[in-house]
Design a binder for this molecule. Structure first.
Ligand SMILES: [Zn+2]
Ligand SMILES: [Zn+2]
Length: 133
């Protein structure tokens, strides 16, 4: 985590090869954990976790490719991933166009704020403790 004067806290999310970067110059509006199968397949892990930022607080650098999938809200979600290493770094939920979701794992920062909600609990693997309680 790096700090920049004047804009408060700034955190940088990157793909594993470093090509695709999202610099987030604000605290997240919300951190949300998702147990849904789409997040399980996207991440290869058993849940996904997103930090939602106001769009104007996020600066993106590097090339990316897009994958758009529908969501249960009826609005598609556009996922941006690195064409070299495949990591998804951020996505755009069309239901909330003023926000950008950034993959919390891409910050590689154990001090990152914890999730405040967990959704799709019906798909939670039973050995995963409910992180919200
Ligand atoms: Zn990459
Ligand atoms: Zn999900």
């Amino acid at each position: 985590m790096s700090k920049q004067k004047g804009i408060g806290v700034a955190r940088i999310a990157t793909c594993i090869c470093g090509n695709l970067r999202a610099t987030c110059a604000d605290e997240p509006q919300k951190v949300s954990l998702c147990h849904c199968f789409a997040c399980q397949r996207r991440t290869g892990s058993v849940f996904g976790i997103a930090a939602f930022f106001h769009r104007e607080a996020v600066r993106v650098e590097g090339s990316s490719r897009c994958y758009t999938r529908p969501s249960d809200s009826g609005f598609p979600v556009r996922f941006h991933f690195c064409p070299s290493c495949g990591s998804t770094v951020f996505w755009e939920p069309q239901r909330k166009p003023e926000l950008i979701a950034v993959a919390v794992g891409a910050f590689a920062d154990p001090a990152f704020p914890a999730p405040v909600q967990a959704v799709y609990a019906e798909h939670r693997h039973p050995w995963v403790e409910d992180p919200i309680g």
